[in-house]
Each structure stands twice: as structure tokens, then as C-alpha cells.
Design a protein around this ligand. Structure first.
Ligand SMILES: Cc1ncc(COP(=O)(O)O)c(C=O)c1O
Length: 462
């Protein structure tokens, strides 16, 4: 069985570079043709693999391809999938330390590496989640349980208007009305305005609300901005607020010198979201929540459960973590292996080089944008994300022409980009974060940008 699957996967990997950057035409027809009732009889693996590899997989955004510069890429390290295969076939249970002490220790190692990267001591901890959204949710619930009474509806959360939408979702899932998330405006570089944050806290206290949490972004999804972490940390310390940093996109740049500089102040946070399926290039399915004080996680998830007498008593040794005590899940996959295997095989130095390369490539892409007088670089790359648009005095034409330019670039199928509406008009984003993206793709971006720009109608005359 593994031979047949291995053969298909090898062909996929060998031809991955030459696949179109996005192939979504016919997607609805394909999806309709696949809808079916539960099959009564089985079919051969070869037939099913044919369906998957010839029809299902190709019709998609090519998220594992080198030209994927849309949303937030990662690529999907094949070796992590091998780790998943080992985890799945051996099927060890890692919810409780006693069930697989070695595998749990491997996952603890991974979490400790991440805590050390943030700058935290051994008393810190965390859990691997399925992604950044769940990590943000765990942070929100933990902050709520640490800082607010059981009747918590007066609690206010602050986040910039560019915070990821999962922050609002997390607030709602944590039981708050969405209005309890107070949006803070941005400075000229799309970072949270701390003067506005300070005024909002004061005003909210004056009307009897209870400010308790600030969510700062270390790399916004829209334009890659890093909020002023030292100033936010200072304000949180003075006001007694929980500081959470959503570093889902930017966090692993801390492995590089430039990333560490950009993220100075993160060590003062109470909690941090990371997303190994972005900055560590893992396949989708691995996020991470870290807490400066591991006990906060334990308290947040603690329920007294005499009815759970079927479970063994929780570990009391500080070095033996029961993940079921630190997060919402009881049964879960052995996620630590996905990070541990590539890290042990390649070493952190390889990841550092890769991430440094992405920082350089984003600057190279920014130069290509700057070389066209008709374009405006709206967001310089702080990390590996930049945003630009067409210059046009007419705001509505600016948006329309920028969207046309985006379609023109994507139509060439070598790179795929996405855009985002901003108050000054729609912008095109370039996010370099796949381990498969190198100079070649950025040169292709430059060529396709120039060609699409040349094909664009000039601005309307006066
Ligand atoms: C800044 C930020 N936070 C949170 C998330 C949500 O992460 P996930 O998609 O892993 O749930 C994203 C996803 O792009 C993100 O960019």
C-alpha cells in the first residue's frame, strides 16, 4: 500500500514546480461530481488514488507550490507528513503523560524550544493546537478566567482594526458580545495607536467597564505590521491588563536577528500565538499557544471532575505535562512529532537561513514594485509581507485598476497573490513564506508585474 501511495506522492513532489499557481476553474462542477452517499462496497486503492491525484488535488490554489505568495503561505514540509504517518500508524496516546511518556516529552521539548525563543523560563508552557485561531481562543478564555469574575460581561478586549478576525471570533466563542472587542485605530504604518489605546482604556473604566486584555499583532495578515509591543507591554503593566500577542504569521521570524529586533517586547506578553504551519513551513494543522506562566493554562482548563474517575490522577511533577490538563482536548494526535522530526533532521540553523532568505526576498519584491513610478508601495516589508497599489488620483479608479493589475499578474499562473481593501483603496499583497519560494519566483513576480502593468489602461486624463 505504501509503495503505491509513495509513487503518487513522489510524482506530485517531482512535478510540483511546474503546476499552475492556482487552478480553480471547474471547481464547482468537480465538487458536485464528488458528492455521493456512503458507499456500501469498497473500491481499489489504485482507483481511489487516481480520483484524488488526477481530479481532486489539481483543482485548487497550489498552496504547496513555490509561486504561492497569497494569504499566508507555509508550503508543507513533506518530512512533517512522514512524522504524521508514524504518529498515525503507531497511534500512541499523548493526552496524558503516563500513556506515552517519550512522545509527550518530545512534544514538551518542542514547546520548550518555542518558549525559549520567546525569551521565557521553564515555568512557561503551552500546547500545540490545530491552528492560530484555536490558539487565540485558548488565550482569550485563559485571560478571561485569570482576570475577570465568573460574571464577566463587563470585560473589554482591545485589538487594532487590523487584528486577525479570529480574535473577534475567539471573543464571541469565549462568551463575550462582539461589541466587547474595542477596535483601536492605526498609525501611518498600520500599527496599533497606543495613545488611542490609553484613552480607550480610561474612557471604558470611567463608564464602569472592565478593561482586561490587549491583543497585539506581531505581523498583521493584511499588511504584515508589527504593533508597538514595548509600549503596549508598558501600558498593560501599568493598567494590569493581560497582554496577548498574535504572532501567528510573524512569530518564527524570532529565529532570525531581524525578526527578533522587530518583535522586541514580545517576552513581556502573558500569552503568544504561534503558527508552525506558517513560519515553520509545516503542513496545515499545527498551531501553538504559549503562556508565560504554564499554570494559567492549567487553571483555565481545570474542572473538578469526580465523574472522570476513569482517568488516572494528574501528574504533579513539573516536568510531566498532561496536555489534557492544559488545553480543551482529551484525545488528540501526537502533533509534537511534526515539529520535532524536521527540527532534529535539519536543525534550527536551516530554518533560520530559510527565514532570513524570505526577509531578503520580500525586500527584493519591494524593490521591483518601487521601480515602477505608476505604483505606490503602501506597506514596506517589516517581515516578509508587502502591499502596493496603482497610483491614481481618482480613488475609485485606483481600486479598479489595482484589482485589474492583480488579475493580470495571477492570470500568468506563475505566482498567485491576493489583495485586501484598505481605507485608501484596495492593495495587492505579496507574502513570501513558503520554503519552496526562492529568487526565481520573485524574478517571475517582477516580470509578471511589469507585463500586467504594461497591459493596464492608463489613468483617465483630466
Ligand atoms: C495573524 C493571524 N492570526 C491568526 C490566524 C489564524 O490562524 P489559523 O488559520 O491557523 O487558524 C492567521 C491566519 O492567517 C493570522 O494571519
Amino acid at each position: 500500500m505504501l509503495d503505491v501511495v509513495g509513487g503518487r506522492l513522489a510524482t506530485f513532489l517531482d512535478t510540483l514546480d511546474s503546476m499552475p499557481a492556482a487552478r480553480t476553474d471547474g471547481g464547482a462542477k468537480l465538487a458536485r461530481s464528488l458528492a455521493e452517499p456512503m458507499p456500501e462496497k469498497g473500491r481499489s486503492l489504485r482507483t481511489l488514488l487516481g480520483v484524488l491525484f488526477e481530479r481532486v488535488v489539481p483543482t485548487a490554489l497550489h498552496t504547496s507550490g513555490p509561486g504561492y505568495l497569497a494569504y499566508i503561505p507555509g508550503g508543507g514540509l513533506p518530512v512533517s507528513a512522514v512524522a504524521d504517518l508514524i504518529a498515525g500508524i503507531t497511534n500512541r496516546y499523548v493526552g496524558l503523560w503516563m500513556a506515552a511518556p517519550g512522545l509527550v516529552q518530545i512534544e514538551i521539548n518542542v514547546l520548550r524550544w518555542f518558549c525559549t525563543m520567546v525569551g521565557w523560563p521553564d515555568s512557561a508552557g503551552g500546547v500545540l493546537t490545530s491552528g492560530g485561531s484555536i490558539a487565540n481562543l485558548i488565550a482569550m478564555v485563559t485571560a478571561r478566567r485569570e482576570r475577570l469574575p465568573p460574571d464577566f460581561l463587563r470585560g473589554v478586549i482591545y485589538a487594532s482594526s487590523h487584528a486577525h478576525h479570529s480574535v473577534r471570533k475567539a471573543a464571541v466563542l469565549a462568551g463575550f458580545p462582539v461589541e466587547n472587542v474595542h477596535e483601536i485605530g492605526l498609525d501611518a504604518r498600520f500599527r496599533m495607536r497606543t495613545d488611542e489605546l490609553a484613552s480607550a482604556i480610561a474612557q471604558d473604566r470611567a463608564v464602569g467597564l472592565t478593561p482586561f486584555m490587549v491583543v497585539a499583532s506581531a505581523g498583521t495578515t493584511a499588511v504584515g505590521a508589527v504593533d508597538p509591543l514595548p509600549a503596549i507591554a508598558e501600558l498593560c503593566a501599568v493598567e494590569g491588563l493581560w497582554m496577548h500577542v498574535d504572532a501567528a504569521y510573524g512569530g518564527f521570524f524570532m529565529l532570525t536577528e531581524r525578526g527578533r529586533e522587530a518583535m522586541a517586547g514580545i517576552e513581556r506578553a502573558d500569552s503568544v500565538t504561534l503558527d508552525p504551519h506558517k513560519g515553520l513551513f509545516l503542513p496545515y494543522g499545527t498551531g501553538c499557544i504559549l503562556m508565560r506562566d504554564r499554570d494559567t493554562l492549567r487553571r483555565a482548563h481545570h474542572v473538578s471532575t469526580p465523574e472522570a474517575a476513569y482517568l488516572p490522577p494528574a501528574q504533579t511533577d513539573e516536568d510531566r505535562w498532561d496536555f489534557a490538563e492544559l488545553g480543551p482536548e482529551l484525545s488528540r494526535d501526537a502533533r509534537g512529532l511534526r515539529v520535532w522530526l524536521p527540527m532534529k533532521l535539519a536543525g534550527a540553523g536551516t530554518f533560520r537561513l530559510q527565514l532570513d532568505e524570505k526577509l531578503d526576498l520580500a525586500r527584493m519584491a519591494a524593490e521591483q514594485v518601487r521601480s515602477h513610478a505608476e505604483l505606490e508601495l503602501v506597506a514596506e516589508p517589516v517581515l516578509s509581507l508587502l502591499a502596493f497599489r496603482v497610483r491614481d488620483p481618482d480613488p475609485s479608479a485606483r481600486g479598479t485598476r489595482t484589482r485589474k493589475l492583480l488579475a493580470g499578474i495571477n492570470q500568468r499562473q506563475r505566482v498567485v497573490l491576493t489583495g485586501v481593501p484598505l481605507p485608501g483603496g484596495f492593495v495587492i499583497r505579496v507574502c513570501v513564506l513558503s520554503f519552496r519560494t526562492h529568487e526565481k519566483q520573485i524574478l517571475q513576480f517582477g516580470e509578471d508585474l511589469a507585463a500586467a502593468l504594461a497591459a493596464l489602461d492608463p489613468p483617465a486624463g483630466p
